[in-house]
Design a binder for this molecule. Structure first.
Ligand code: AHM
Ligand code: MG
Length: 339
């Protein structure tokens, strides 16, 4: 059913809950709590430049409050709001080594994995950053959740999405029924539906990758990028390169305009043999959104991201994600099937 553009995110969540007779409203409640956290983070991100000016000592601002690093602030905001929400039983965050328990007596039926402020190298330079989240149904029967509740494949996701703090703040999410985008109107503090049922263009002429790592890639990856850059009028090459260095921003661009994003394995750092990005709160939620929008996400050996069963909270995974036919073509190069 087409909904009128301009409806609030709360209305949209409520309507989609009403369509599911068995829904208890808990997922809606969870999303609503996350949206409040996002608004708080968005307001803080918008103050980032000023916080530096105000908090010259680096310790307190003009109200006498501690000036926190933005990623720490975002982590604490989500953690504290969600720990007493009553909707989740356990959390994991990029900023914390171990699982994050919820307050006793407030355990709910979902789990939450999140990257509180992705693209941290861009925080201080006024470039788009974002918050990524993914939600699973708990596996354990009751009480506080444990690590096994969190270590679930993307194919079992109940919902996933991100907030992007860019030229405007947007929420993009899916509960498995398409991908919808909402834009925050800061004057009234509400997210309004601005991008309904987003579909990724099937093909594109854009690629996003940190090409500085070229010499650390495996030959198949180098061949693929060489192919994208080669001149061939018939197939519309070379492709244009767009790389922001914030997964949320790079993914969002490709979601709307089409394109392919790659963070493959490289040999730059022996401690990171599987690339840089994390499965639970970066690759998996983005793969869920990509597939819901008609795109595709695989590793650099062609494995579907959503099929990977995590074995560790902070597991890294090579990521190839974007417009379907672009990812399929990359797959052929990366798995050596194009020769
Ligand atoms: P972060 O979670 O510490 O910010 O790191 C993840 C970010 C992604 O947003 C982005 O895609 C990637 O790191 C960029 O890495 P690089 O600077 O190696 O290109
Ligand atoms: Mg991150």
């Amino acid at each position: 059913m087409k909904r009128p553009l301009g409806i609030t995110v709360h209305r949209q969540i409520m309507e989609s809950q009403l369509l599911h007779r068995q829904a208890t409203g808990e997922l809606s409640g969870l999303l609503t709590e996350l949206i409040v956290a996002a608004k708080i983070i968005s307001a803080e991100v918008n103050m980032a430049g000023l916080a530096d000016v105000i908090g010259v000592s680096g310790k307190t601002n003009i109200q006498g409050e501690e000036v926190q690093k933005l990623d720490e602030f975002s982590n604490n905001t989500i953690k504290r709001r969600m720990a007493r929400s009553g909707y989740i039983c356990v959390m994991t965050s990029e900023e914390e080594d171990d699982i994050i328990p919820v307050k006793e007596g407030f355990e709910g039926k979902y789990t939450l994995a999140f990257d509180p402020l992705d693209g941290s190298s861009n925080i201080d330079v006024n470039v788009s950053i974002g918050t990524i989240f993914s939600i699973h149904r708990r596996l354990s029967p009751s009480g506080q959740g444990d690590i096994n509740d969190l270590l679930q494949p993307g194919s079992e996701l109940v919902a996933a999405g991100y907030m992007i703090y860019g030229s405007s703040t947007m929420l993009v999410y899916s509960t498995g029924e398409g991908v919808h985008g909402f834009t925050l109107d800061p004057s009234v503090g509400e997210f309004f539906l601005s991008h309904e049922s987003i579909l990724m263009p099937e093909q594109s002429k854009y690629f996003s990758v940190n090409e500085g790592n070229y010499n650390y890639w495996k030959p198949e990856m180098r061949n693929y990028v060489d192919y994208l850059k080669a001149i061939d009028q018939e197939s519309g090459r070379p492709y244009s390169l767009r790389y922001i260095g914030s997964l949320v921003a790079d993914f969002h661009r490709n979601l709307i305009a089409g394109g392919i994003f790659l963070y493959p394995c490289d040999t730059k750092n022996k401690c990171k043999p599987y690339g840089k990005l994390r499965l639970l709160y970066e690759a998996s939620p983005m793969a869920f959104l990509a597939e819901q929008a008609g795109g595709l996400a695989v590793t650099d050996d062609g494995t579907r991201i959503l099929d990977i069963k995590p074995t560790e909270l902070h597991q890294r995974v090579p990521l190839v994600i974007g417009s379907r036919s672009e990812v399929e073509m990359a797959q052929q190069f990366l798995t050596g099937c194009n020769s």
